[in-house]
Design a protein around this ligand. Structure first.
Ligand code: NDP
Length: 290
């Protein structure tokens, strides 16, 4: 296969890659933080097809200082790295690359972003809490390990494919034996209802809700009578958020998670804490959805 050549203007030293990537709000958010520190606007975006990932990594090694990765590259990039942060290795997911003298280290900041978002939105820390994940894809995988490591008492994972939920629950249980893990099928209405009633926090981590016409991943009527805080990783208004609000529950979309995971990436690259308000403004100004 022909090698793909990537080019970046001289000013570009950081970038997000994905397939698709046009919708990414990371450039607006990160450039706002860089500009606030007088560092210009050095963050771009590259559309990278899965087959082009090795060529992009070779380009990044020579020309860039930092990269964010989104779907579908978070796992596939791992064999191409020189080093991986232990937390990212455990989660099997990398969303941030730091490049120093041509050496690439991979990190995962999604778990940090989710924990910071739960604190910001609900004042909740994971220690001792009962967490219910709806979804067992890349986002759940990248974040559930962090919640277990941060001391969650239990994590239940409900997914359309119950096998995927069982595998993730088993992997987390092996790594964090103090956290009680369980898995169930999203279609198990009775089981899901019981989990919702016992949960302190419900995290909606399926991709349902990205499109306005998407149905909810479960019947929002199951939220009635619960006391859980509902966090949707998607940052538009979703049927799950509407159901939570109708049930009188605390509810928040994924904007704060995206901002905090980006802020952590920024700190990994620069050694400095970014201005979160500037990042929030940059997020709002950037057209797109994630
Ligand atoms: P994946 O493709 O890895 O996983 C998709 C998940 O959605 C799986 O659990 C899948 O179930 C489930 N799903 C898809 N379609 C259906 C359906 N019709 N019915 C029931 N379940 C379904 O995606 P990611 O995990 O990477 O992303 C999930 C969400 O997280 C996205 O909406 C993304 O925007 C969001 N996200 C937000 C971030 C933030 O910072 N706010 C960061 C990262 C992600 P199954 O396994 O059965 O296929």
């Amino acid at each position: 296969m022909q090698k793909k050549l990537f080019f970046a203007p001289d000013a570009i030293r950081y970038a997000v890659i994905g397939d698709p990537v046009a919708h990414s709000r990371s450039p607006g958010m990160q450039n706002a933080a860089f500009a606030e520190m007088g560092m210009g606007k050095p963050y771009g975006k590259f559309h990278v097809h899965p087959s082009e990932l090795p060529d992009f990594i070779a380009f990044a090694r020579e020309h860039l200082l930092g990269v964010n990765l989104t779907v579908p590259h978070k796992r596939e990039v791992i064999p191409l790295l020189d080093e991986i942060d232990p937390a990212a290795a455990l989660a099997g997911s990398v969303n941030t690359l730091r490049i120093e003298a041509g050496r690439i280290t991979g990190y995962s900041t999604d778990g940090y972003g989710l924990i910071a978002a739960l604190k910001e939105e609900f004042g909740i820390a994971p220690a001792g809490k009962h967490i219910l994940f709806v979804g067992a894809g890349g986002a759940a995988q990248a974040t559930a390990f962090s919640l277990a490591e941060a001391g969650a008492a239990s994590i239940a994972i409900a997914n359309r494919s119950v096998l995927r939920a069982e595998e993730l629950a088993a992997a987390i249980g092996n790594a964090c034996p103090k956290c009680r893990m369980s898995a169930l099928a999203l279609a198990d209405r009775t089981g899901l209802g019981a989990q919702i009633l016992g949960a302190d926090v419900l995290i909606q981590a399926t991709s349902l809700g990205l499109k306005p016409e998407d149905p909810p991943p479960f019947d929002p009527a199951l939220l009635k009578g619960s006391r859980c805080a509902v966090f949707d990783t998607i940052y538009r208004r979703t049927p799950v958020l509407e159901g939570a609000q109708a049930a009188g529950l605390p509810a928040a979309g994924g904007r704060a998670m995206l901002i905090h995971q980006g802020a952590r990436s920024f700190a990994i690259w620069t050694g400095r804490e970014p201005d979160l308000d500037a990042m929030r403004r940059g997020f709002e100004e950037e057209p797109g959805s994630c």
